[in-house]
Design a protein around this ligand. Structure first.
Ligand code: N2P
Length: 349
């Protein structure tokens, strides 16, 4: 009797401790807050990362670089990993907002294709690792336009009544107009910006604009709701995969080529977890999942090497050398953005 009572007591004690012990005190849990563009990851990738590492991810989204930047300023310390484009990385380096990456913790960065490893905005990859890249062009429905489109002039052709979705993103929208008018997409002269403003207001007055959109445009184009849309190449590729009738072109006047990077904020409290996350996204199988899901161009060599003929034939995924040579990167022109902002407000009013 005594023996079994002691045994039961011992058993209860053991069970009691096991059940009462928390897995890990909250303060010891590894966490990470990621701030990325909408529609820019296969969410299964996040689940896999959490499962493999035990790091709990809070995943949040933005629509444009400018929106992201404002949110970062308003909530310092809230985010760890962010996905800014080239010109914003350039700005954030200047403003000392980014942490230097610990490349020893990101060995998979060795998988990057060459031209994405030493971009002008961060020549030694001290602050960023490329996530995706692409161009800006026109996605169009050949059934709703006359002939092949090869010029930005189509955006301003009054025959396309409510036929054009514009990209609701200030640098992209001004950039394509600047190139159409023969300027650099980094121009900030009053003369050039006034010409862009007049062009965009005329386009509205001619009832050509069907809307200023960002992420919604791809689904509307798949559904045939407009003749054309100014679009980032990956979204265009996504739409083409859903509706093979659609076509993408980078107009002959030239356009923007861009790289979105992965960066860690200087004030992040979870830098190790951040490096692990970036490393995970550079793993070839993970990068392939993301490429498949979002349709943007991955800079991971093994993914690119697996593209089949159909993919390679798509200018939205595989622009020609000629197209690339005719494209420019955006640069940081923060000190002149007031000149853009005031005109943008007039256009959008
Ligand atoms: C996808 C965001 C694409 C980023 N929604 C373009 N730089």
């Amino acid at each position: 009797m005594k023996k079994s009572a002691a045994l039961i007591l011992a058993l209860m004690l053991v069970l009691g401790t096991v059940m009462a012990a928390p897995a890990l005190a909250d303060s010891q849990k590894r966490t990470l807050t990621v701030f990325n563009w909408f529609d820019y990851i296969d969410e299964d990738v996040i689940k896999m990362f959490e499962k493999e590492t035990g790091i709990k991810v809070t995943y949040t989204n933005f629509t444009t670089n400018e929106e992201m930047f404002v949110k970062l300023e308003k909530s310092a310390g809230a985010y760890d990993v962010i996905f800014p484009s080239d010109y914003i990385i350039e700005r954030m380096i200047k403003e000392d907002m980014l942490a230097e990456l610990d490349m020893e913790k990101i060995p998979n960065a060795a998988n990057l294709i060459d031209w994405c490893t030493s971009p002008d905005y961060d020549p030694e990859n001290r602050y960023s690792v490329a996530y995706m890249w692409g161009t800006v062009g026109i996605l169009y429905d050949p059934d709703q336009v006359e002939g092949e489109i090869d010029s930005w002039s189509a955006l301003f052709d009054p025959q396309y009544k409510y036929g054009v979705f514009m990209l609701d993103s200030i640098r992209d929208c001004f950039g394509v107009c600047l190139r159409y008018l023969g300027y650099s997409l980094n121009d900030h002269s009053e003369e050039a910006l006034d010409a862009v403003k007049d062009l965009l207001i005329q386009q509205k007055n001619d009832n050509i604009v069907a809307g200023y959109l960002v992420d919604e445009a791809k689904d509307k184009m798949i559904a045939g709701e407009a003749a054309m849309a100014v679009m980032w190449s990956g979204d265009a590729m996504y739409a083409i995969e859903e509706n093979e009738n659609l076509k993408y072109v980078v107009p002959k006047e030239g356009s923007n080529i861009w790289i979105d990077g992965m960066c860690v904020l200087k004030n992040s409290q979870h830098k190790d977890e951040a490096m692990e996350f970036i490393n995970f996204l550079c793993r070839p199988d993970i990068a392939a999942m993301n490429q498949e899901y979002i349709s943007y161009c991955s800079p991971i060599r093994q993914v690119v090497e697996e593209y089949d003929e159909d993919k390679l034939a798509q200018p939205a995924l595989n622009p020609s050398e000629e197209t690339i040579a005719n494209c420019e990167f955006f640069h940081d022109i923060t000190e002149f953005m007031e000149l853009y902002d005031s005109r943008w407000m007039e256009v959008r009013a």
